[in-house]
Design a protein around this ligand. Structure first.
Ligand code: USQ
Length: 396
């Protein structure tokens, strides 16, 4: 029997490549999205590198090319009734080849969150949108699974930023503490440096509650910043490529730096550039969710993995982009600008990240070849780049 995967946030940077990845491996796939990211980009007037067909159009293109169906629901998952309809069989698909209910999913991948730290700190209004969306969607999911399908495995995307940059080694989610001669195991201390990251701590707490109270099965993937464009499936047709942001709000650092290099915009290193994070290729996000899906958490288990493949400082990333860009003839320069964020620029950083490798993930590292491939794709869309959206200085 084919397994059914429900992907919440199926239109996003990670959601759509994940949908194609599982569909390609013969899972039954349903995606849900309210076009939050696209609408926010329009409202805030930030450009994307290239136009992307709507979710429904992409599902149709995928079906025409592969004969595989990805069922699409367009709607807002902060509405508990929409979430519940995905589990009780009353859902009406916005697009499907076969409109019959697929059944409850074996696995839900929860990407349906506002993912940007700067967005969450534009002002109180955007802070509210972030808190409301991220917590309500997680809570609605938790109750729908509890009420209709308590054996469903929830894979939730967390973030390494929940831990912050503590002056001790970062463990994979948990830490044993000895206090006054007694020991217990707790969630590793969290101390986020943006409001977005704080909502991710809160939704970990929500699901940890659900695990303790109702024996839910949850995997929390503490992901670092992701880079990359192309996945195995998008190579079929450029119209299947994922949404790609290079602006200050939704673009992640390496994707931004490559676009900046291509359009001769000095690389925007914030502050001293010693900020160190764990990074991963978009293809490894897909592998990580896949390996987590085939080795699910047990009932009553909150399993946590640190989803990064290697660590770099901002300066190290800038240097890599400079080297590859210059080898291609670009005059890449670095500009240390006043850091708009409140974060440590020179700090200890030593996270553990073995768990995903142990369940079978084979890392793609950030090699010159990977950078060259990214440059080649970005070059094709060079004319679309709007330099006015690269830096606008949203301050913490
Ligand atoms: N940075 C620069 N220059 C830039 C952009 C960023 O120096 O032009 C620095 C930031 O100050 C930060 C680091 O690069 O120290 C990473 O920034 P980012 O914008 O790539 O990533 P971040 O805001 O941390 O958020 C991204 C995703 C988020 C995910 C998170 C993982 O947007 O959804 O949860 O990466 S993590 O950073 O590990 O928390």
């Amino acid at each position: 029997m084919k397994k059914h995967i429900l992907i919440l946030g199926g239109d996003g940077y990670l959601g759509w490549p994940t949908a194609m990845y599982f569909s390609n491996r013969d899972y039954k796939v349903t995606v849900v999205d309210n076009y939050f990211r696209r609408n926010a980009c329009t409202e805030l007037d930030v450009g994307m590198l290239y136009p992307v067909p709507t979710l429904i159009q992409r599902a149709k293109i995928w079906y025409d090319l592969t004969g595989k169906e990805i069922k699409v629901v367009i709607g807002d998952l902060t509405d508990p009734e929409l979430m519940r309809a995905l589990f009780d069989g009353t859902i009406v698909y916005n697009w499907a080849v076969n409109p019959e209910f697929t059944g409850v999913p074996e696995t839900v991948i929860h990407y349906a969150e506002q993912p940007s730290a700067p967005y969450s700190l534009i002002n109180y209004k955007y802070a509210n949108i972030t808190i409301k969306n991220n917590l309500l969607v997680t809570n609605n999911l938790m109750f729908a699974v509890r009420d209709y399908s308590s054996d469903t495995h929830i894979i939730k995307l967390g973030t390494m930023g929940e831990y912050g940059t503590p002056n001790i080694d970062i463990e994979e989610g948990w830490i044993e503490i000895e206090h006054k001669g007694r020991k217990d195991r707790f969630l590793f201390p969290r101390q986020a440096s943006s409001l977005y990251h704080t909502t991710k701590i809160m939704d970990t707490d929500l699901l940890w509650f659900g695990v303790r109270m109702w024996n839910l099965r949850v995997t929390d993937l503490m992901q670092g910043p992701v880079y990359g464009i192309e996945t195995e499936e998008s190579k079929l047709d450029p119209r299947l490529r994922t949404l790609f942001n290079y602006d200050e709000i939704f673009g992640t650092i390496l994707n931004r730096f490559i676009v900046q290099a291509v359009v001769d915009y000095p690389l925007t290193v914030y502050g001293k550039g010693g900020q160190t994070r764990g990074y991963l290729n978009i293809n490894d996000t897909l592998q990580c969710v896949h390996m987590s899906e085939i080795t699910p958490a047990q009932p009553g288990e909150l399993r946590i993995f640190n989803q990064i493949m290697e660590t770099f400082s901002v300066n190290e990333l800038a240097e890599k982009v400079c080297n590859v860009g210059r080898s291609l003839g670009y005059n890449v320069r670095v500009n240390h600008i006043d850091n708009p964020r409140k974060e440590a620029e020179d700090h200890y950083y030593n996270p553990t990240y073995q768990g995903l490798i142990e369940i079978g993930v084979k890392p793609h590292y950030l090699t010159k070849k990977v950078l060259l491939e990214m440059f080649q794709i970005v070059e094709q869309y060079k004319e679309n780049v709007r330099t006015d959206v690269i830096f606008r200085g949203i301050k913490w």
